[in-house]
Design a protein around this ligand. Sequence first.
Ligand code: TYM
Length: 325
Amino acid sequence: MRILSGIQPTGDIHIGNYLGAIKQWLLLQEKNECVFFIADLHSLTVPFDPKILQKSITEKIISYIAVGLDPEKSIIFVQSQIKEHAELAWILNTLCPVGELERMTQYKEKSKKFKDNINAGLLDYPVLMAADILLYKTDAVPVGKDQTQHVELTRTLAKKFNQKFGKTFVEPKAILPKFGSKIMSLTNPKKKMSKTDNPQSYISLFDTPENIQKKIMASTTDSGKQIKYDLTKKPGVSNLLTIYSLLTDKPIKELEKKFKDKGYADLKKSLAKTVIEFLEPFRKKQKELVTRDVYIKEILSRGKNRAQTIAQTTMQEIKEKVGLV
Ligand code: TYM
């Protein structure tokens, strides 16, 4: 199977990204042909600072390697370095009804959040994402729950293209973790954990132990005292239990038993310790990698070449089918 996924470079990669997406990538790269990239073109659709964009992109590549993506096994690259993403997006645009884009949840949320910057790119975002996926004839896309609507649209566009121009694309499917596909914010457990929110609301994969401790101890919990998984009555505690369970591979039931006669502070203390220990190797590796400039450049250059070979071949086929040659 060919697997593809990506992350936007802006903001810190957090444990939501890890548990929803990256954890799956690490397993999938062992037995599949995997393509992982930094979606920098996507990040231009919301306000950003050109002075720090390049730095954020490099940081994210370092993060990919620090958490265990293996450049020997996976193709790792930066989206904007492969011009075929934008080229295919244009062609797919001509197949995509505007109405489909207007009903996308992410578009609705972001146009509310960035009222003064509802640009055409924000609306078109899912078509570029479809191009990312289809360009590599991807079979499956490991993502968190918030991205499933975009993968659905990708399937629709693949089908349309195939019907109009002849069988070209696989209809890719989204792969979601059974549990943890939507990790919630630490400060508002009714909202998704997001890199563009206040840093108190998420745990970055490279936060210091002190920060992790502070953020978890200050996280919003619920009324009552009992430590119980209940999404309606106890969204805060349920979110902490979810993170705990996913990082330790312990079932929720076992954790409920462990904390049966304990209070929220005990759960938080124990979770903070667990998170700190879990993230320690990532932090170490990241520290080492920031000093290895040449190595990172080599990874990117190799990834770019490998991605380009696939992208150019697909684009040539597409152009012939559409009658553009
Ligand atoms: P991005 O950068 O917002 O998030 C990266 C990945 O993390 C997942 N995720 C979460 N999972 C669980 N809980 C959360 N709170 C949480 N927050 C984020 C996301 O679902 C995603 O898998 N549009 C994409 C980037 C992209 C892409 C693509 C992905 C561009 N082209 C092609 C796959 C295929 C995005 O903004 O992800």
